[in-house]
Design a protein around this ligand. Structure first.
Ligand code: PBE
Length: 264
């Protein structure tokens, strides 16, 4: 019955890729709130499809969630209050570069140091991808629709085909942003290679210089573990987006409002 499956869904938090900062914070939340829950790892796409299925059948579900993300445009969702502050408050998405990138390629570094946009802008690209566009064409469309913003990022930079390697993680938000950055760098004359890895290996790759840069850093709280480990060996370039948020997310029809009510 529906009752029984509702019971079964309780006890589980549907997560994403094991290396994501939000997964580490959720393990902390389970400990610190004494939750009788296990965190199920999955992928961003897997989490979104579990969420879609649960909502279509009106079932109880808790997922690891973040903003900006298209799920908030598609569904009525809410963050559970986090009175212990495990997930931090306002987060930002940061651009990180390898040491030496600025001197090796000042033009591309300059673009990275000017690249920033709003949550709504990022969400529009995410939603286009979710609606079936390829990341490449969603990025092309964004660029075509925002010529002034793109020229403010590029400035007077003219690349000469130099290779820029951008690392990212296959989270919906970073698929959107990284593809836009790729198109911008290409428009400025660079050759861009995207490298998709998990979060831990990504920080490591920036710190060893295996990739030039990334715009997949969620800080100060979400990926604090990685940042503490690698901070001294990389360059924090700028905030790419402010007003981001992570936490536990439920459909509106789930009646609790706080993480400490999850056990009840
Ligand atoms: N996220 C989305 C990532 C960053 C982007 C919040 C799932 C995380 O590290 O948890």
């Amino acid at each position: 019955t529906g009752e029984q499956s509702a019971q079964v869904q309780k006890g589980k938090i549907i997560g994403i890729e094991p290396g994501a900062g939000i997964m580490q914070k959720t393990e902390d939340a389970i400990q610190d709130y004494g939750l009788d829950y296990t965190l199920v790892s999955s992928s961003s796409a897997g989490m979104a499809s579990e969420l879609t299925k649960a909502i279509n059948s009106g079932k109880w579900i808790v997922v690891t969630g973040w903003t900006p993300h298209w799920k908030f445009a598609r569904f009525n969702l809410k963050y559970l209050d986090d009175p212990k502050g495990i997930y931090g408050g306002e987060e930002y998405i940061g651009a990180l570069a390898r040491k030496g990138f600025e001197t090796d390629n000042p033009g591309a570094y300059g673009i990275l140091s000017r690249f920033s946009w709003t949550s709504d802008e990022m969400a529009s690209v995410m939603l286009a991808i979710e609606d079936g566009k390829s990341p490449e064409s969603a990025a092309d469309e964004y660029i075509a629709a925002h010529p002034d913003q793109v020229s403010s990022w590029i400035g007077s930079v003219k690349g000469n085909g130099e290779l820029v390697t951008v690392g990212y993680v296959l989270w919906d938000s970073e698929i959107a942003s990284t593809n836009v950055l790729k198109k911008v760098l290409e428009q400025a004359g660079y050759t861009v290679k995207l490298v998709a890895v998990d979060a831990g290996p990504l920080y490591q790759a920036v710190s060893t210089g295996d990739v030039d840069c990334t715009i997949s850093a969620w800080l100060p709280t979400t990926q604090s573990t990685y940042m503490e480990k690698y901070r001294d060996n990389l360059v924090e370039v700028r905030k790419v987006l402010t007003g981001a948020k992570v936490g536990l997310v439920v459909p509106d029809y789930v009646t609790i409002s706080s993480i400490d009510e999850l056990n009840s």
